[in-house]
Design a protein. Sequence first.
Length: 449
Amino acid sequence: MIERVLTADLQATALLAVVDAAAALLLVALLRPPRGRRARWRLVAAAAVAGGVSGLGLTWWLGDVLDVVGVPPTLVDRVWIAATFSGLGVAVAVLWRGPGRRRGVAVASVVVFVLAGALAVNRDAGAYRHLAQVMGRPTLEPLAPPPLSGPDAGAGGGASSPAVLDAELWASWRPPADLPERGRSGRVTIPGTRSGFAARDAVVWLPPAALVADPPALPVVLVLSGQPASPESVVTAGHLVDTLEAFATANRGLAPIAVVPDQLGADTANPMCVDGPLGNSATYITEDVVEHVSSHYRAAEGPRAWAIAGFSQGGTCASQFGAGRPDLFGSFVDVSGELGPSIGTRDETIRRGFGGDAAAYEAAQPLALFAAHAPYADSVGFFAVGSTDATFRRYADEKADAARRAGVQVTRWDSPGSGHDWTTATNGFAHGIASFFPRWGLSAEAPVP
């Protein structure tokens, strides 16, 4: 029973409909004026208006002025937060001056109103799919190693043939008899051996071609979540495995090895993919994760075979690594990334994230990194953003222009009708990763997402 509750779909339409209906019924019960007590009804109405205005004001202050989550609230967020606070205002008024028999209804209303608002905002953002994720509990099983995994089987580890990316693999590939119908995904522990970074378990997806007895050397894509989120969010909310399974089915089992490492350390943490007082996140990704993948899977060697992608904070990281480490990542996908690493104001970011070193902060900005590493010999960048996300469209345009000037082969793409949400992430990952398939030798042309 408990397991069913923890894994129930928090974004299911049926769940939201039931909770919203309960909230509406409770609100009607609270608003119905007692006979002969019109003055109290006017108090309740005033409380509803005051609550709604307070909700809008708090949303504006936290979301627009202080920018506590790094993105402005959407219209859906503003409406639901205002409605939630309006309902809470009514409940408080009834608790204060209402008849005793209604106070129990008011207490129940507080819980239901908050739940309805939280579920609506969560669905709009696509942040959490299950209660287990909210509690930080993993929902994926540990990933069993493929047949050739281990220190002697990865790139440079003594596999049966050199781990070189075959640019015409799609033409020469003949699916063997032991090719499974689907890939395999699960949790993998990648220790911060060099970085000392305390990362949560990564998620790894192995395509069918990686699970045969003698797998070809396959490209690798690292995919980073936004913040707050976990690696599992990229699978549950970003539908990464579903996307890659579809690509593999259309390409006779060929697809990249996908790894979703934890660049955050916790849902609410943000070390900004740099090495600093908040943790050596950059070294963790570029050394610990890269070395683990290279030594445990049949990963092709060289930057042309490796890509990094991310959404929101992860998209910022993807641009940082794509711009600053072209020796590791020849391709990158930035979905709705910020203009640069940030944990608040410029001064706060420098103080907390860079130990007061303003020069290090400036050097870590993607625009500065593109200029510093120009010209790029063989780098490809894909910048995606929701078509309704005006702020991050501007960021994407600025970064895309800087990358193009530096010699990166750039694609700019808008996700139709979506904003700064996991719908954009899902679409951006699908289109961005698909665009690399011909470059990786996995297909003659990009598969249709």
